[in-house]
Ligand binder design. Structure first.
Ligand code: MSP
Length: 521
């Protein structure tokens, strides 16, 4: 039986259409999921939408729609977006799904019966846009620490989760599992900013918010955001449903991929809830950085006055899903923040996708057509090319190593090192010169075969990152999906006797012209 791998993205707020910042999280998840499949794992990848709460309710009102209609419209747009970006998820969960609602009620009851939930009065400082209560000490300059907006004092009867009981257990968890929360810098942040100052019990219901899941035994209360939202990782697998087969197969999650703004909820509240339910904990939580625009987080609620084109719905049809995926995966050092710039996106398209990868493929295929009529030549193993082979195999191993720690940007740069090395090999061996010398035909065959193998190995490793163009290249080489990582263990692996010509993968862009046209859209 294959080893399982369960990966989740956060479930997105459908308060407005998703941004390229949200796409970043799902592109990383999709890349990791595809890589694990390439490794031969049985992968389950879940994404979805977080549909309850005041913010969504208000957004629908503002849009002049019923809440349900507003949600359905955004969910439709979201699903189209994932299709456009080649996000190949196994399940899309909506927190308004009937089975999720049923299971969340049961989870709440179970926490109550286990003695982890009690009724009291909540007094706090509430940030409406973030739907979060804050304590005085958490405020930054008297404002919400997440979004910087005004907070207002608010009081109400509510149920509380005994989060304060979990400080020592959480400290023990981080200590015993140094890779539980990554990058490691985030552990200190959790410990110093939240656990050491003392965890307070968490308010988990609202009477003021009507758009939520009612508490089973006290229906004037609705279950407030985090128990509802975080439970999706369980309910989406069928936890507490009539059929728990999928849950038993895939839980615990191998990784919850989240942006740094929601690490706190995943690394503190979530393990505490799971411990209270008596369930195993996820193996890893990864908090990635933000995509910034003009120094700020690119977000749904901020209207930024900018000349940048950030809408994937415009970028993908113009430049391809692979181009958007490439830029986001490569340009943001994994775990840190990275600035978005349309100009950098276009320049990267030209330098990396067109000049490096695209050019290698088109040069090699056109030479193969000219010299060997697209037949795959046999290589002489004369030791002359050992350095190239060793370097390619080393880069390939590095890709696997970086992907173990989900460092997608470093892994992707190693894949591109393979293409750079193959391009340098063309410059060094000069097949166009060899072709003119009748005595060098065997050498020419060897060089061309080696180039094809570099492309095969590189394109296989590239598949999780840029699935569309790598599939085109691999198919042209006679490789059929599902591709496998194992096939990159040997340098010589092409089985097909001939290859098929390919159209240009990434046509060169006139950056000035593109910038001008984009600014008009
Ligand atoms: N609904 C909650 C998550 C609940 S998970 C149980 C939520 N939704 S969100 O729509 O606001 O954000 C979803 C994800 O998008 C988060 O991981 C967030 O970090 C990510 N991003 C939103 N803007 C982003 C950038 N500008 N850059 C990178 N990621 C960003 O939080």
């Amino acid at each position: 039986m294959k080893e399982k791998f369960y990966i989740t993205s956060p479930i997105y707020y459908p308060s407005a259409k998703l941004t390229i910042g949200n796409c970043y999280t799902n592109i990383i998840c999709d890349t990791i999921a595809r890589f694990k499949k390439l490794e031969g794992k049985d992968v389950f990848y879940m994404t979805g939408t977080d549909e309850h709460g005041q913010k969504v309710f208000e957004a629908a009102k503002k849009a002049g729609k019923t809440t349900k209609q507003h949600l359905d419209d955004i969910v439709e747009d979201t699903k189209k977006l994932w299709e456009m970006l080649d996000i190949d998820y196994d399940k899309f969960i909506r927190t308004t799904d009937k089975d999720h609602i049923q299971a969340v009620k049961k989870i709440f009851n179970k926490l109550y019966e286990n003695g982890y939930i009690y009724k009291s009065t909540y007094k706090g400082l509430y940030c409406l846009p973030c739907e979060a209560f804050w304590t005085e000490s958490q405020l930054v300059d008297g404002k919400c620490p997440d979004c910087g907006r005004e907070v207002k004092p608010q009081e109400e009867e509510a149920y509380f989760f005994k989060l304060s009981e979990f400080s020592d257990k959480l400290l023990k968890l981080y200590k015993e599992n140094p890779k539980f929360l990554m990058p490691v810098s985030r552990v200190n942040e959790m410990v110093n900013n939240f656990i050491k100052p003392g965890l307070e019990d968490l308010c988990v219901t609202r009477t003021s918010v009507k758009w939520g899941i009612p508490v089973d035994f006290d229906s004037k209360h609705t279950i407030y955001v985090w128990i509802d939202a975080l439970s999706n990782y369980l309910t989406g697998l069928g936890y507490l449903s009539e059929d728990e087969k999928t849950f038993n197969r895939y839980w615990p999650a191998d990784v919850h991929m989240v942006g740094k703004d929601i690490v706190r909820f995943h690394a503190i509240i979530w393990p505490a809830i799971l411990m209270a339910l008596g369930l195993p904990l996820p193996k890893r939580i990864f908090g990635h950085g933000w995509l910034l625009l003009g120094g700020d987080k690119l977000s749904k609620s901020k209207k930024t006055d900018t000349v940048e084109c950030t809408d994937p719905r415009i970028l993908v049809p113009r430049y391809s899903a692979d181009a958007v995926r490439y830029y986001l995966l490569r340009e943001i050092p994994f775990g840190s923040d990275g600035a978005y710039s349309t100009e950098a996106f276009l320049n990267k398209f030209n330098s990396d996708l067109c000049n490096n990868f695209g050019n290698l493929v088109s040069r090699t295929f056109s030479m193969l057509k000219k010299y060997f009529n697209l037949e795959v030549p046999v290589a002489q193993q004369d030791g002359e090319d050992d350095l190239l082979k060793t370097e390619v195999m080393e880069e390939s191993k590095k890709v696997v190593k970086y992907m173990q720690d989900f460092d997608v940007s470093k892994a992707l740069s190693c894949v591109f090192n393979i293409f750079s090395k193959a391009n340098a090999y063309i410059e060094k061996t000069e097949p166009f010169r060899l072709a003119k010398d009748p005595e060098k035909q065997k050498r020419l065959a060897t060089v061309m075969r080696n180039l094809l193998e570099c492309i095969r190995i590189g394109a296989t490793l590239l598949y999780p990152f840029l699935p569309c163009s790598s599939t085109k290249v691999l198919n042209a080489l006679g490789e059929k999906a599902p591709f496998s990582l194992e096939s990159t263990n040997e340098f010589y692996g092409i089985k097909s006797e001939s290859v098929v010509s390919l159209p240009i993968l990434f046509p060169r862009l006139d950056v000035e012209k593109e910038l001008e046209e984009l600014s008009k859209i």
